[in-house]
Design a protein around this ligand. Sequence first.
Ligand code: AMP
Ligand code: DBH
Length: 537
Amino acid sequence: MLPHCTPWPAEAAARYRDAGYWRGETFGALLARLAAEHAASVAVVAGPSRLTYRQLDDRASRLAAGLAELGVRPRDRVIVQLPNIPEFLETAFALFRLGAIPVFTLPAHRSSEIVHLARHAEAVAYVIADEHDGFDYRVLARQVRKEVPGVRHVLVAGDAQEFTPLDTVSGPGRAFTDSDPSDVALFQLSGGTTGTPKMIPRTHDDYLYSVRASAEICGLTPDSVYLAALPAAHNFPMSSPGVFGALHAGGRVVMAPQPTPSVAFPLIEAERVTLTGLVPPLALLWMETARTTRHDLSSLRTLQVGGARLSNAAAARVRGALGCDLQQVYGMAEGLVCYTRAGEPEEFHLTTQGRPISPDDEIRVVDATGADVPPGEPGELLTRGPYTIRGYYRADRHNAVAFTPDGFYRTGDIVSRLPSGHIVVEGREKDQINRGGEKVAAEEVENHLLAHPAVRDAAVVAVPDRFLGERTCAVVVPRGDAPDAADLRAFLRDRGLAPYKIPDRVEIVSEFPVTGVGKISKRELRRALAAGLAAPR
Ligand code: AMP
Ligand code: DBH
């Protein structure tokens, strides 16, 4: 395995192979097999572009050859920051074929995240779109190149300006040595709880298992049409079953450049989409818009909702509003994914976040001392299994707290488990805000705030929100004159923080409530905010 990653113990790896979970196939080999089996079927629809499996395979091969000519080698890390455009899958599979390792970042990430990741990953290349959603990624690329000179190549889908146009990176198709299936295929990012985003190494064996099993659980076939509405780089639309799951089944992927009803609904109608996945706030928006839409959504069989807790009330409305089944999905880029499944009583779909993919997903629900709680009681979910990582990349210190000594990942989620094995997400104890599925690590934003000259101390907490579930509130103790909210937000934007991490609300206080040992009490702070912050000042 790539250095600075934590392999599974040999005993566990042998068990996962024996059980048939890890099959020794790589993503590069997968596409070649699919191209042989489904050559003339349409694999991807994105904008005006329609690619068959054979064309996708061919483009990936030529792009891989072009990247090799540029000097990108197996195991080199490449930052991929692409929206849902055809180049997304071409680039992903070109890197897999070459054996280089994509680091999938979100279109919303900015210099703060990308510079850190490029450095931490020692990336040699950065793949972007020219513009998306009003943002010019070439400006970002200039800054990344300046701050991380190791990034030798910037490849641009669209107008490249001084950089390399992605469509000129091409070489004659040739054979590549297949990667080791037990090695890292790609990096996902964690929403995390720490000052900097953590990189999640996923191997061909483990990720492909989660993709294949997800496609089976979701009943995907060559007739399935999956709409990628959320950014395809995110673990949910990538693998649960997502774009890779749809391809694995020989189905069709439709890439929506935006997840809004005005973009997605016409695509559902035109392409007869059967499955898509959304975060709860988008599911609410779709249900609202569907009432008056003139678009025919009747092809949609299942709406998956995940990333944040869907309220039971909203869950109950999905079938009536969209005329399809609801499937709840509770997952994490670190591994474990739970689904409600077709054929289960309706109640499970409406009130639980599903049960794990694998019979070999080990689940513990524990109290603060690490002891198992009685069945049905809430506690923190710990998990270990055939597609859950044993460590973040180059993060020894954090790994020592994020994993138990025997290799369980501490999710930081508070759940209860039903006798059926279904999991209900009750809350969270990690220091993170789940802003409608977008995860914000409090510490990361706090560190940026602390860099402001007028900020003495800062705490970022969640405040309840009807639409997003939670929003972020930055509570600040000033040094002298209090900075105003607009100034603080502009300061964070200038530091290159992703827009979804910019605090929705800013409150100034003279001091923080503290716990018995003198730490900031976020619990008290949340309570005070709910009470209008009249309390401890
Ligand atoms: P990440 O580790 O950044 O991939 O984010 C995964 C986290 O998202 C989980 O640990 C949960 O906190 C949250 N999450 C994902 N799906 C759901 C869901 N269906 N309900 C509640 N929380 C969820
Ligand atoms: O929130 C997530 O990270 C998530 C949600 C649903 C996920 O990674 C997944 C499914 O695979």
